[in-house]
Write a protein that binds this ligand. Sequence first.
Ligand SMILES: [Zn+2]
Ligand SMILES: [Zn+2]
Length: 124
Amino acid sequence: MSTTDNTRQNNTVKIGTFACVRCGLTVSAFAADGTRRNHCPSCLHSRHIVDHTDDSPGDCQARMTPIAIAVTRGGDWMVIHRCVRCDELTANPICADDNQLILMRMAVRPLAQPPFPLEVFGDL
Ligand SMILES: [Zn+2]
Ligand SMILES: [Zn+2]
């Protein structure tokens, strides 16, 4: 009886820390204010863990790269992650101790590299 019970418990138990898949930093799974964190505060990389509410086949476990910032209706910032293996996109709320330099760099990247010449706005 105990074998299956232990396996189940190990899978469902909340793990207090995880190692960042990119920089190796030991990250607390919960931020200082108690919110769940799934990405590294230093490099903002994450790992693709598929929720069991999802129909996708099992955990992907691949690295997720932060690619963009999204702003919710309430003004909160979300980090958009893309899985390097299956290309799935996820949105996760930022934490207070996230690397602000990387956040800002992602936020201004589209403005710094517009796919069209900015001069057109001068002619409007
Ligand atoms: Zn990291
Ligand atoms: Zn994936």
